[in-house]
Design a protein around this ligand. Structure first.
Ligand SMILES: [Zn+2]
Length: 270
């Protein structure tokens, strides 16, 4: 799937999950925590595509997320793609095919995305303010790229970076001291897992069974829905149907979650 679809699916997934947790486990979040978690999950849902290299010298190619910080992030994407390809070559089974590109390999596995979530969780727990600010800043910048792609393209990476810095400051002010931070790691990790689910709807699928060897010595077998119902990347089903569905889920879940806090703030009793 393309960047904006991934970002939207992350936002929809986080809001829908929060609604379920509120109803089932009575886990209530403040509107600010909810907003921060949603943006973090949207940003996290873009991260796995940092393995798509482009042309750094001409600032072209690469996934949406690779353009977050201009040529700098495009260069990072180049490195991530090469490292992913290296991991593929080192761990491939005897029947895994030859590859020349690392896209949809290591960053599209379950261990990678769980590690990103757990690593961020630990980082925020042990390094406090500096880690929290850095995590918020990088993820907000990615989320802005994904959710407002056309605006971000027009505005350029410098405006996106400054907007992300401002949003980071506002978000940090609203996160409770001493707690509320683990949610950052959780949202980032969940976003990555939602990305994998999204890519599994396409013809190529994702290597979700890695590092286990399954059938005829293949460790990097890509798993996804059958070809007959697979979604074409950037096709009409993805752009119109899936994105509309993600918007609807987000709006319904957000209105259900924010209904009571907003009424309470306005001092309206129901
Ligand atoms: Zn992907």
């Amino acid at each position: 799937m393309m960047g904006p679809s991934h970002a939207l699916s992350g936002a929809a997934g986080w809001l829908a999950g929060s609604l379920v947790l509120q109803n089932v486990a009575h886990l209530h979040q403040t509107p600010a925590q909810l907003a921060i978690g949603t943006v973090m999950c949207a940003g996290g849902a873009l991260l796995p595509d940092m393995d798509m290299s482009g042309r750094v010298t001409s600032n072209k190619g690469g996934a949406t997320v690779a353009h977050t910080f201009g040529v700098i992030s495009l260069f990072v994407a180049e490195c991530v793609e090469k490292i992913s390809l290296g991991i593929y070559q080192l761990t491939r089974g005897p029947h895994d095919p030859d590859r020349e590109n690392g896209h949809r390999t290591f960053t599209h596995t379950l261990p990678f995305n769980v590690a990103v979530g757990a690593g961020t969780f630990e980082l925020c727990l042990h390094y406090g303010k500096t880690a929290v600010l850095s995590v918020l800043f990088f993820t907000f910048a990615m989320a802005l790229r994904g959710m407002f792609e056309k605006w971000a393209q027009r505005a350029g990476w410098l405006v996106v970076t400054l907007t992300a810095a401002m949003a980071t400051f506002l978000a940090y002010e609203r996160l409770p001291a001493g707690r509320g931070y683990p949610i950052l790691g959780l949202a980032l990790g969940v976003g990555g897992l939602i990305h994998i689910l999204g890519d599994m709807l396409t013809r190529h699928g994702c290597p979700v069974l890695w590092p286990f060897t399954v059938g005829r010595g293949r460790r990097w077998r890509c798993v996804g829905v059958p070809d007959a119902v697979a979604v074409k990347v950037g096709g009409k089903v993805e752009v119109y149907l899936l994105r509309t569905a993600f918007w609807l889920v987000s709006l319904v879940a957000a209105s259900r979650l924010l209904y009571e806090p907003v009424l309470h703030r306005l001092n309206i009793k129901v």
